[in-house]
Design a protein around this ligand. Structure first.
Ligand SMILES: *Cc1c(COP(=O)(O)O)cnc(C)c1O
Length: 822
């Protein structure tokens, strides 16, 4: 790599640290703080950062053995004689020093720095602006969503002296974090995406978040924001009245005003700008994407782009995919497809990952690489660097695609092959044997490398339930957004985590701030404990015969009757110690629970059993999602309050109170008490039409056979449906034993392929169903969605006269669960 390097002395100064160097000539290029991401140790400086979970100092020995020689450490770290030829920058606090380094480094940069903040959309807006400008500017941007106190310094370090524009994300999760980010980023131009509920835990309210975010623009010359939000608009006018602003939005206050939108195959957006009106076609039709494209267009206008160029580029905007696809390939290959963004840095990261996988699996390395199209650098500079980088990574063979890279073929090894077009390579692909190798496919979008990836992937279809953990975590945050920061969340994971898998969901909850878990039966809790879940767990339907097991595994029963209280007390007394219990009161549901007239008796009993500790008292709402029953809900809460008061007065300690389920959290946050019990909302189903909850579950299958129908033919068991000559059918390997309800037979249900729905024909079989695809171009192996993002389970539930809960919990255990997370 030919990036400018810096002497360790200079860096020590920037870090405000004391240098103890065996080799003062060290030239440093790269920074690292995560030992797992250290591959190439040349010119690498490791920051031993400390956090609650981790201490980077613990990895120094391992890194030294890997070849790292330059470290930034806290003064308390003992450097012993075993570290020969190493350099140490000794500081008070490694994170502070990293930030000081970034601050000094930033001041050397000439690039026009654009700072983006907001609650949602930062990364998308950043990536889209980058997609927009790449062809015309030499541009740097924060990798992925590197926007934190640690991420920002690393993002800044990636800006080099030749970059003209740098787009840097700033994200905060606590008050007073933005000042530090602002000093480092020093954005000349600021963009505020929006203010929502994300990360609200540590803030009093939205206004506090807004005030904090706005600090990013303290020294900016220009601020871009949406004036549709009155609070934001007036705040910026007040706080930054002397600054230039450019506004987007639907209101007439906007400089870039969206005046109409028309959704067909694309979305036609019509804008007013200055005295003109212009139109763009956009591939997306959802409101979030439309919100996100506006700052991008506004920024382009500010940069002087013509309407025609803007229209062309907007149409080319692509979804921001944030992960490298990893798939099993033909003949034992592993396929890594990383075609989403392509610059030399991302190539290096991808090559490192390729190396790691190849070493682990003992396989050889193949790289399929296109022209680099948007580097902002001359070919004469960039291809030699790529060739050098590739050589340093022990690649067994390189297949280059594109005219530019082909011109530099001589820089690569003689056995490497070059094609000028993707089609040309595909036409020759049968001449290659791909076997037991890790193949990294890295191409600019315009090269359509997904076609190559498709050919190399092993076709191994099955019916799977995909669980999107990013969406799940998002939903948890959305629900938290309705709550006070101190309100606890109990995640309901009964019934196999509503069908999504108990353990993966529970561990996600454990890692994302839940305080409690709820299961239906003791067995479910035992399994979670055995797999390492440490959160407190309430068992909602505790059976007397499992009380012992529950004590053994530290599971806490719901107590709903005096009999059940006495039984548990007996077991606890024999077992020894204190038993934690949760008192369920019945305020109108008429399911489990003490009725109001049984509370006196409960209190009398509780007083006799001092070794049982009431951890919480709770009740369940019968109709929290139904407006017409809101007065009943309020009555339930009133009863609950009275009962809690009574119990509180007679016990000499406090306990937690909780009554809200998901719909309650969304509709009655005023009744949140100390804790809430979230279930269906975490999986994306809302009682509120406008909610920001995202779909989590996708049940998908594929087309396994296609047939054309002859005269006088029927389909399926019972010959229940007659077909027309020439009809086309697709056979799908998903049936009622998987959870596709048999009542969806004969056209009642539909399955989604691409963006079309096809009716189920004949009766749903145990393992299979048939759909009518007449007139479509559906082909073998096409993906079939039973329900998912664009066809939610709630639609199927409506058709069946049931609720999403039942659809989800009926997906049978034989359907493989596949989890993904960025
Ligand atoms: C299932 C359950 C919940 C969660 O309800 P959702 O509607 O899925 O949010 C809460 N409390 C109790 C007692 C439950 O049984």
């Amino acid at each position: 790599m030919d990036y400018v390097s810096y002497s360790i002395e200079k860096i020590a100064k920037w870090c405000d640290g004391k240098l103890v160097a065996d080799n003062k000539n060290s030239e440093l290029i790269k920074l690292a703080f995560d030992s797992r991401l250290v591959f190439d140790t040349n010119g690498l400086l490791f920051f031993a950062l400390t956090s609650k979970q981790n201490d980077g100092h613990n990895f120094i020995k391992e890194l030294y053995n890997k070849g790292v020689r330059n470290f930034v450490v806290n003064s308390s770290f003992a450097i012993d004689d075993n570290y020969k030829n190493a350099n140490w920058i000794i500081v008070e606090n490694t994170l502070d020093s990293l930030q000081k380094l970034a601050l000094s480094y930033r001041k050397t940069l000439e690039a026009e720095v654009v700072g983006i903040t907001g609650s949602n959309g930062k990364t998308i807006v950043k990536e889209w602006i980058a997609q927009f400008l790449f062809d015309d500017f030499s541009l740097a941007r924060s990798p992925r969503s590197y926007n934190s106190q640690i991420g920002v310094p690393f993002s800044l370090w990636k800006i080099k002296d030749f970059h003209q524009i740098a787009i840097v994300e700033a994200g905060i999760s606590k008050p007073n974090e933005m000042d530090k980010l602002q000093k480092m980023i020093l954005p000349k131009i600021g963009i505020l995406t929006n203010i929502g509920y994300a990360h609200q835990e540590n803030f009093v309210n939205k206004e506090e978040i807004l005030n904090e975010k706005l600090k990013l623009f303290k020294e900016s010359d220009l601020i871009l924001y949406s004036c549709d939000n009155e609070v934001i608009h007036s705040k910026i006018k007040e706080a930054y009245k002397d600054k230039k602003t450019l506004k987007w939005g639907r209101n007439s206050c906007a400089d870039l005003q969206l005046i109409s939108k028309e959704i067909n195959s694309t979305t036609k957006l019509r804008f007013r700008w200055q005295n003109d009106e212009f139109e763009v076609d956009f591939q997306f039709n959802d409101s979030v994407s439309i919100e996100n494209i506006m700052p991008v267009i506004l920024f382009a206008l500010y940069k002087g782009y013509a309407y025609s160029d803007i229209a062309k580029k907007v149409l080319q905007i692509e979804p921001v995919a944030m992960r490298m696809e990893q798939k099993d390939g033909i003949n034992g290959c592993l396929i890594l497809n990383d075609s989403y963004n392509y610059d030399i840095l991302s190539l290096e990261v991808a090559l490192n990952f390729l190396g790691q996988q190849a070493t682990k699996k003992g396989m050889s390395r193949t790289l399929i690489l296109s022209d680099i199209v948007q580097s902002g650098e001359d070919d004469e500079d960039i291809y030699p660097r790529i060739a050098k980088l590739v050589k340093s990574k022990n690649i067994s063979r390189v297949i280059g695609v594109g005219e530019s890279i082909s011109n530099f073929a001589s820089l690569f090894s003689v056995k490497d092959v070059f094609y000028s077009k993707t089609e040309e390579f595909i036409n020759n692909i049968h001449n290659y044997s791909f076997k037991n190798e890790v193949v990294l496919i890295k191409g600019a979008r315009s090269f359509s490398f997904e076609k190559i990836s498709e050919l190399l992937e092993l076709k191994q279809h099955s019916t799977v339930l995909e669980i999107n953990l990013n969406a799940f975590i998002n939903n948890l945050k959305v629900l938290k957004g309705h709550l006070k920061p101190e309100t606890k969340i109990l995640g309901m994971v009964k019934a196999f985590g509503y069908g999504s898998g108990s353990y993966p969901i529970s561990s996600t909850l454990q890692n994302n701030g839940a305080s409690y878990l709820g299961v239906a039966f003791a067995d479910e809790g035992v399994e979670l404990r055995q797999k390492g879940i440490t959160l407190p767990i309430i068992v909602m339907n505790p059976e007397i015969k499992s009380f012992n097991l529950m004590l053994e595994y530290d599971l806490e029963p719901e107590i709903y009757s005096v009999e059940n209280l006495k039984e548990f007390a007996k077991v606890v007394r024999e077992y020894g110690g204190e038993g934690k219990i949760h008192i369920k009161v019945d305020t109108g549901m008429n399911r489990f629970g003490f009725l109001p007239n049984q509370i006196e008796e409960l209190i009398l009993e509780l007083k006799k059993i001092p070794y049982l500790k009431v951890v919480s008292v709770f009740s369940h709402l019968a109709a929290s999602d139904e407006v017409e029953h809101d007065s009943f809900t309020k009555l339930q809460v009133e009863k609950f309050n009275q009962i809690c008061d009574k119990i509180e007065q007679s016990l000499d300690y406090k306990f937690l109170k909780h009554i809200l389920n998901s719909a309650g959290i969304e509709r009655f946050p005023e009744y949140q008490f100390d804790m809430v019990r979230a279930g269906i909302g975490m999986y994306g189903f809302s009682a509120d039409r406008d909610s920001n909850l995202q779909n989590v579950l996708t049940l998908k299958s594929y087309v396994s056979q296609i047939k054309i129908i002859d005269e006088n033919e029927f389909v399926g068991y019972g010959l229940s449906e007659k077909l027309n000559k020439g009809d086309k059918l697709a056979v799908i390997p998903v049936g009622y034993a998987d959870g596709l309800n048999r009542h969806l037979s004969n056209g009642k249900g539909e399955l989604l392929i691409g963006d079309k729905l096809f009716p189920i024909v004949g009766r749903v079989c145990m393992d299979t169903c048939m759909i009518n695809i007449t007139g479509s171009d559906v082909t073998l192996n096409d993906e079939v969605i039973v329900f998912g993002d664009r066809y939610p389970a709630s639609v199927m539930a409506d058709k069946l006269g049931t609720i999403s809960y039942e659809i989800m919990t009926n997906i049978s255990q034989r359907v493989k669960r596949v989890y993904f997370k960025e």
